[in-house]
Design a protein around this ligand. Sequence first.
Ligand code: AMP
Ligand code: MG
Length: 479
Amino acid sequence: MSVAPETTVVLGNRFATELPELAVRWQAESTPAPRLLVLNEPLSAELGIDPAWLRSADGMGLLGGTRVPAGAEPVAQAYAGHQFGGWVPRLGDGRALLLGELVDTRGRLRDLHLKGSGRTPFARGGDGLAAVGPMLREYVVSEAMHAMHIPTTRALSVVATGRPVRRDTVLDGAVLARVAASHLRVGSFEYVSAAGELDVLRRLADHAIARHYPAAADADNPYLALLDAVIAGQAWLIAQWMLVGFVHGVMNTDNMTIAGETIDYGPCAFMDAFDPKTVFSSIDARGRYAYGNQPTVAGWNLARFAEALLPLIADDQDRGIALATASLQDFARQYAAAWTAGMQRKLGLPDDIDDSVVAELADDLLAHLERDQVDFTSFFRRLSATARGDAAPAFDDDWVARWLALGPDADGMDGLNPVYIPRNHLVEEALAAASAGDMDPVERLLVAITSPYTERPGFERYAEPAPDDFGCYQTFCGT
Ligand code: AMP
Ligand code: MG
């Protein structure tokens, strides 16, 4: 490892300094033949880092983890988690590193983190590596989420390492540079709470409050206020996922952030035809993380978070449980409110329409979509075209007449219902090309999905559902 003194990137060590019990100083593995596959220039600018410098050998060294800025102290973070409902006391960054925190051009503190940077003490049986395809997948899907205004970690770059990665076949290794509000997870709290270290738990909670929910510090019960803030963030986040047909695929508690950002794009995918049972992940045979289960699972994860916080919420356990339970019970209401408000906007309905009318109209709509296996994303664009008289309704029913009678705003709908999402067949096609050395399809897909609402000539096929012969889509974890 060498230090690049001329870099202007200043990384803080706040996490490592405030929570040494959760930080293992570590360094990335070498990258035998680094190649920058994709760089997020708008995000570089937001971070105040010159994209031209990131393209230089030194910059690529930062993005691949081999040249650490002076003063930075990369760490692997410890966390625990419930995976598919089962408790795992020690997970942690098995193939990732927190390089440090930086202040962006808007004054926000952001984590700069690497994924695929080699084995750490948390690697268990894993090789610590990541392949080009899955890292580009995270890049594309997280940027699509960001473009749709859904809170998410961001992808700064993917560097191919030149190191072979053994999976079913031998693949090209890659390191993803990821930017996040933080990498604090429900599993971070579970890790500390399970160890029974009350002073560390309090320090972790104070760190989370200071970083993400400073107003909670002034509440009567700051730790209950932290729980409430995380519940509110997740209620909103999961509603946004549901409104765009996003299936995360592996909603383990270690993959749920305290900041309310979507994280860990492994087996995630977007649903085509509307069906609550939609599952893509090859290891989710029972459908625990199916599209329609996501709100329930989020509530379950938040209950694990509340359990971890209990000793801080009240000295008396029964009182802590009563307070936390009341907070958790409000999750369903907040989720439903966020979802209904989102549906109201997707359907272009005026603000003064009663929530119960919106909810009933939306529920009836979903029943139709499911019955007729209608493509979820393109439906809403077709609906606005129907309102303008430019397209026939997607189904023959009085639902459309009921909706039209409410005076929908077709232009408003087009401003928030995406034309382009990273559809599974497009992602697969682009990743296959990239793995064969051709980045053009990834670049073109990025052009489509980073301006998701603006229909453009030449991108027609990016707006269409998968061809019938695409078949049953499966995604894979831990790749
Ligand atoms: P994920 O399902 O990607 O959130 O990962 C779950 C856990 O497995 C985390 O602790 C990861 O760090 C770890 N992990 C996943 N893939 C690897 C790998 N190839 N090598 C080491 N650890 C890994
Ligand atoms: Mg994870």
